[in-house]
Design a protein around this ligand. Structure first.
Ligand code: FPP
Length: 254
């Protein structure tokens, strides 16, 4: 971990720092470390995922307090289907529970829910709950919460390429007219801004197929905290670290 980040994290658990000014518009999070959190306590992995779901609740409240408008959470990757059947059942069960029990509160708090990923791989009742949650919260504007479910960045880019190719074949798209903005409009994130900051917990330092196109100019922050332990103080320190970064988007410093 860079010394700067380590310094930024010292004192976590003590006083929260002031919100970053301006805060990142869009924060995306790779929530990693549930299994290790459970193992460290001699608990089954599902206990880690349950504690991880509590941390999801906390980050929603905290993001609102910091003036962040968009939060995207990597809750289930397309590769997670390869986990043992029991763990997949635990994770989809938690998702079902979350959709049935938390959406009304999120709606009250002004949160708009979206889901990206291959939702049709989930059971039909979950697919219906996802659509209902999106429809029920569509009028909210306080925080945009997107859960990436059965999501993979490469699959998303391939699907967009296929859609562009189909439009070319149908004669409705000139290949020479395909540009970055047009291609981005074919991605599942077309209605969302690109992430300004991507946080990964647990100390691992990779993107694991998350928002590959959208992360082109995102600031990356790898934190040595397991996801279930992630709380308001870690979020505040991440905001402070973001405020220290100089974003140049390929240009020269001012
Ligand atoms: C990575 O930890 C985390 C996941 C694969 C799932 C994330 C799920 C949650 C945070 C809970 C469910 C969320 C909702 C919104 C219902 P890991 O299992 O890979 O941990 P490890 O690397 O320590 O084994």
């Amino acid at each position: 971990m860079p010394a700067r980040t380590q310094a930024a994290l010292q004192g976590v658990g003590a006083v929260e720092t002031a919100p970053a000014d301006p805060p990142p518009c869009h924060v995306a999070v790779i929530m990693d470390g549930n299994g290790r959190w459970a193992a460290a306590r001699g608990l089954p992995r599902v206990a880690g995922h349950r504690a991880g779901a509590q941390a999801v609740r906390r980050i929603v409240e905290t993001a609102i307090r910091h003036g962040v408008s968009w939060i995207t959470l990597y809750a289930f990757s397309s590769e997670n289907w390869r986990r043992p059947a029991g763990e997949v059942l635990d994770l989809t069960g938690l998702l079902r529970h979350y959709l049935r029990n938390e959406v009304s509160e999120l709606k009250r708090e002004g949160v708009r829910l979206r889901f990206i990923g291959d939702r049709d791989r989930f059971d039909a009742d979950i697919v219906a709950d996802l659509a209902r949650a999106e429809a029920d919260t569509a009028g909210n504007t306080r925080l945009n919460l997107t859960l990436a479910l059965s999501y993979g960045g490469r699959a998303e880019i391939v699907a967009a390429a296929r859609a562009a190719a189909a439009a070319v074949r149908a004669g409705t798209l000139d290949p020479d007219a395909i540009d970055e903005a047009g291609f981005a409009s074919l991605l599942s994130t077309s209605s969302m801004p690109d992430p300004d900051l991507i946080i990964r917990t647990s100390g691992e330092q990779r993107l694991s197929n998350f928002l590959l196109w959208q992360s082109a100019y995102a600031e990356l922050l790898f934190l040595d905290v397991l996801w279930p332990d992630f709380g308001p103080a870690h979020f505040a320190k991440a905001m402070a670290e973001y405020a220290r970064r100089e974003r140049r988007f390929g240009a020269r410093p001012a």
